[in-house]
Design a protein around this ligand. Structure first.
Ligand SMILES: [Fe+2]
Length: 110
């Protein structure tokens, strides 16, 4: 699978919130699934283009690569079935959310 250049930035972003390891796993599987889906769409476009240009060998090579991408996507989908967060938020995150919820409810009309 080609490296996703945005993955590090997104990961650093979510890691700042100190999520549990199982939530990180869910995030990573979701990101990988999106990347594979995007890659498959791009290969479909490239295959169409190669066919239109009558580059049969190129189309064949692209189809092979797309097949590998589809296999990886299936693996990611299987992972996503297995990876479930035990708790979406840590105790600290729940406490922050509860305190924010209490403060934001103050002053609101019912
Ligand atoms: Fe890939």
């Amino acid at each position: 699978m080609p490296r996703d250049p945005g993955a590090d930035c997104r990961k650093k972003g979510i890691l700042r919130r100190k999520p549990s390891q199982d939530l990180i796993d869910v995030f990573n599987v979701g990101a990988a699934t999106k990347a594979e889906t995007y890659e498959i769409c791009e290969y479909e476009s490239l295959i169409d283009m190669a066919r239109e240009m009558n580059h049969k060998k190129v189309a064949q090579l692209l189809r092979q690569t797309m097949k590998e991408e589809k296999a990886t996507l299936k693996k990611m989908e299987a992972f996503s079935e297995k990876v479930k967060p035990n708790q979406i938020m840590s105790k600290e995150q729940r406490a922050v959310l509860q305190s924010n919820g209490k403060s934001s409810r103050r002053g609101r009309a019912a």
